[in-house]
Design a protein around this ligand. Structure first.
Ligand SMILES: O=C(O)CCC(=O)C(=O)O
Ligand SMILES: [Fe+2]
Length: 210
């Protein structure tokens, strides 16, 4: 059942991924993490983010996407998998998004949060496309803060994203500020494939070519 009272353009489907899908995504993460570009903490100015990220399709660094991980080791990131395009379409179909069938994400940022990792309030605005962001969470529960499009402050809504949850933000909420103020350690379900920590996968459409 979708969560009611969310801002227009957002949707939350608790427990959308099965335990089997979660374990499979965790296995895929291990494969991506062993790939050409290791998980790394992007630098915001002089400060490393507390998450460790690995990207597919395009490599994100603050304010820019590139095919090569120029701020890590210069290697080209792994291709965006076709199965993930299909998963993105299924996710939008699950929230009755009218563009589900055409949705073609070309990048994913996969963030690993340990017990103390957080993410400050930010907008996802390095994409040129206004297509929705599809977010999947696995492992420990996160407190997710979803705000407004004007500033980092109120009004915002705090909700918990549990293992298996789908969250979508698009339309009028596509450029809303959002962040992760807290991880709840020790809350990962035993069958999700991750003993500790949290994985979050966001699929996006960069709107870039080449
Ligand atoms: O971890 C989350 O739930 C959000 C991640 C996020 O906002 C991002 O990667 O831009
Ligand atoms: Fe974000």
């Amino acid at each position: 059942m979708p969560t009611p009272d969310l801002p227009d353009g957002t949707a939350h489907v608790p427990g959308w991924l099965t335990a089997r899908q979660q374990r499979w995504l965790v296995d895929q993460f291990r494969h991506w993490a062993a790939g050409p570009v290791p998980p790394h903490s992007p630098m915001i100015g002089q400060h490393p983010m507390s998450v460790r990220a690995v990207c597919l399709g395009w490599h994100w660094r603050p304010y820019a996407y590139s095919r090569e991980a120029v701020d890590v080791n210069g290697r080209r990131v792994l291709d965006f998998p076709d199965w993930m395009v299909r998963l993105g379409r299924q996710a939008l179909a699950a929230v009755d998004h009218p563009d589900a069938a055409e949705y073609t994400p070309d990048t994913a940022i996969v963030n690993f949060y340990d017990d103390t990792a957080k993410m400050g309030m930010h907008q996802d605005r390095d994409e040129r496309s206004t297509a929705p962001v599809v977010s999947l969470s696995i492992g420990d529960t996160a407190r997710f803060r979803f705000g407004n499009t004007e500033n980092r402050g109120r009004p915002y809504l705090d909700l918990d994203l549990h293992s298996g949850d789908l969250f979508v933000f698009g339309g009028p909420a596509r450029l809303a500020f959002h962040g992760v103020p807290k991880i709840h350690p020790g809350t990962a379900p035993h069958d999700c494939g991750l003993a500790a920590g949290r994985l979050n996968i966001t699929m996006r459409v960069t709107g870039l070519d080449g």
